[in-house]
Ligand binder design. Sequence first.
Ligand code: UD1
Ligand code: MG
Length: 449
Amino acid sequence: MDTALVILAAGMGTRMNSELPKVLHQIAGAPMLVHAMKSGTALDPSRIVVVAGHGADQVIAAARDWDDRAEIAVQDEQLGTGHAVAQAAPLLEGFSGDVFVLYGDTPFIQPETLERMQEARARHDVVILGFEAADPKRYGRLVMQGEVLEKIIEYPEATEAERAITFCNSGVVCADAATLFDLVAAIRNDNVKGEYYLTDIVALARARGLSATAVACDEAETMGVDSRAGLATAEAAFQARARATAMEDGVTLIAPETVFFAHDTVIGRDTVIEPNVVFGPEVTIESDAQIRAFSHLEGAHVSRGGVIGPYARLRPGAELAEDVKIGNFVEVKAAQIDRGAKVNHLTYIGDAVIGEDTNIGAGTITCNYDGVMKHQTRIGARAFIGSDTMLVAPVSIGDDAMTASGSVITEDVEPGALAIGRTRQVTKPGMARKLKELLRAKKAKQQAK
Ligand code: UD1
Ligand code: MG
């Protein structure tokens, strides 16, 4: 059956105190909105509608960046969750299948949880995701009769007895599109807050003889964010889970609490991550690699046997083949480095291709930028780049070639050649002593004044 996601993301997020729409604040390198979209991916949705208000342009750009099928429904005034869902109705007119309503500021709903809701939908018209709240605060309360959900009562309208209920509404709703939009159209705002409560669809459904139920998930999944402090708490929760998962997957983390993952980091078995390593988005590390302390990686691929760091920086487009070594204070960007090559110390490799078993000496720089354009450096296999070589791109160095230390290489070097690009050394006997005497005399003269 076809599935559509409707993601509510129009809330002001006033407490974030930000120019940026709330759902675009990031957790583990991805906007919260993207986390919500990712949860829904397991349902293989054919439609994704994001209901946005403030900053709708930015919101849709971020949504499309993740999935170019995302559509936007603009909710100009935030009149309540029921009103928000109603804004998606025209876009989903004629859509036959189930709709899942998710919140853009609730990033941790697990895909398996949504699948369990889908299973429950086989037996019920409306399925709500609930959770046992340790402290139910102002959540909507789920009024159950056995397996049947009779109604959701919002906190302001709840009686003392209802407020004692600890089974709460997460906000996630699933129903067939036609049923959902029919029910949503019937919601009134005659309540304490004067809002259109999406939660009213349950009582409306029951009054029409439809069935409703609630599926329970872990409270941690329903964690929402509405302040910077909440964002930090959510980040910490994400990281704790990512570290545990990595270790279950056979990755050694020497000091797990100091390693930060992105939402999409992939690490192979028996790889060792030393303390204080940060992963930005789009990093994949194969098995048996070592990421040594204080390294920062984003948009990079490290193959089996690679050793990165300590203090290394891999930037987007760093593609490292097996057994590549990247040492301390080395930055690599948009560069393919072939099997067994070593770049061990104090070096910048950008916009480059480096062949198998090549050794890049300390302090080498690919001078890739002329102030206007970027240029490529190509280095063959088994080459030896002497320490402190400046490779002024575009330039290529052939297989088995060498450059002398301190060279500024501006012309291509053919395979097997040695290139020396520096002035010849001049040594003047006794000159150092003489110079020092001269300088001392000068200083004494100045001090006498
Ligand atoms: C809602 C539920 C409550 C549930 C709680 C879980 C209703 C009436 N209440 O309450 O039962 O326990 O979530 O967190 O649904 N939004 C819009 N447009 C609007 C209003 C809200 O897009 O006009 C979005 C918000 O940006 C947010 C989500 O919907 O992502 C929930 O809105 P919020 O105001 O936080 O609802 P709660 O009062 O917390
Ligand atoms: Mg809320």
